[in-house]
Ligand binder design. Structure first.
Ligand code: ATP
Ligand code: MG
Length: 327
């Protein structure tokens, strides 16, 4: 295996939604790569297809959603068509995921320590005794105070932030190569959000774990990730380094996202400054417009934007943009 081989390669991914009225493209031609230890963000408004992209990587898509094209490779091996048993073995061990609401992912009837221990038993063949000890270590690493005592708690006995720490402990238990974090802090208080983000960053950096960070919050994603993919209505419309995206957003949608971010300083000056918002709403999946899907909301749109789907075009500096009138 080549040392330079990307950890994850998503190539021309197509996901469809089947309804009584027919089949609709929920995700169309999404491609991106993640190198070992790299941090990549996926941002975009609600409904643009971020979570289902993540679920497809985990092999967790279920009817009415399905994979209709493309490949997903983990260190070169196609995983999108693996049998369920092999996918289960990958999950947790090589790719792990944390979700917005840990309560839905945790089992309410089992102590959290037990749920972490299960990972060691399942994936590493540890004995229960050994696994319970490792679970307490794992809780220590995610900075849960009094870990030995907390291990015996049930999920409902913990705060939202503590539950998310438990989820991170479960996700990182078997040292996966890739952590997919889908809106991991959206349900938390702002101060707790920052702690969880710092914890994820620190633990993943120390272990060389790659991160795919999913959020509607461009500020959060650029804080964690080296590179950002911006999605709009099922397509990637821009890909850039985080450092660059604020100074040089190319797609009108990204420009709108950047303009709507509260600026440091500005906030202090103006207090609760009204944010610039992008007018209009994301069209529903069954009503995506032809051509560029952003065209009905775009002040730069011309006739070609309604007719022709723009290609995702390389700009030479490693960034990509899908717009007839970018820049
Ligand atoms: N189980 C499902 N049944 C029907 N439609 C679904 C299902 N899951 C997702 N969809 C649709 O697929 C599209 C993409 O959904 P997805 O959950 O990936 O969006 P998202 O970008 O993660 O949004 P959010 O920011 O709200 O989490 C949406 O139009 C959504 O309504
Ligand atoms: Mg989502």
């Amino acid at each position: 295996m080549s040392i330079n081989m990307p950890l994850l390669q998503v190539e021309n991914l197509h996901l469809s939604l089947t309804t009584d009225a027919g089949s609709f493209p929920a995700v169309e031609g999404v491609s991106f790569e993640i190198a070992r230890g790299e941090t990549v963000g996926l941002v975009g408004e609600s409904g643009c297809g971020k979570s289902i992209t993540a679920l497809s990587i985990m092999g967790l898509l279920r009817h009415p959603l399905g994979l209709s094209g493309g490949t997903i490779k983990l260190t070169g091996q196609e995983i999108q068509a693996l049998p369920a048993s092999e996918l289960r073995a990958l999950r947790g061990k090589r790719i792990a995921m944390i979700f917005q609401e840990p309560m839905t992912a945790l089992n309410p009837l089992k102590p959290v320590g037990r749920q972490i221990a299960e990972m060691f038993v399942l994936h590493q063949g540890a004995s229960w005794n050994e696994a319970e000890k490792k679970a307490v270590d794992a809780l220590t690493q995610v900075k849960v105070p009094a870990p030995a005592r907390r291990a015996k708690d049930y999920p409902h006995q913990l705060s939202g932030g503590m539950r998310q720490r438990v989820m991170i402990a479960i996700a990182l238990a078997c040292e996966p190569d890739l952590l997919i974090a889908d809106e991991p802090t959206t349900a938390l208080d702002v101060t707790v959000q920052a702690e969880i983000v710092d914890l994820m960053k620190e633990l993943c950096a120390a272990r060389g774990t790659a991160i795919l960070m999913i959020s509607h919050d461009l500020g959060l994603v650029t804080d964690i990730c080296k590179r950002v993919c911006v999605m709009y209505a099922g397509r990637i419309v821009e890909q850039q380094d985080s450092e660059q995206i604020f100074n040089n957003p190319q797609h009108p949608y990204t420009q709108g996202l950047v303009a709507s971010l509260p600026r440091l300083g500005m906030r202090a000056l103006h207090g609760r400054r009204k944010l610039t918002e992008i007018a209009g709403v994301v069209p529903g999946i069954t009503a995506y417009p032809g051509g560029c899907r952003f065209n009905p909301r775009c002040n730069r749109a011309t006739e070609i934007c309604k007719q022709v789907v723009p290609e995702l075009e390389p700009l030479g500096d490693g960034s990509l943009v899908r717009c007839h009138h970018h820049g």
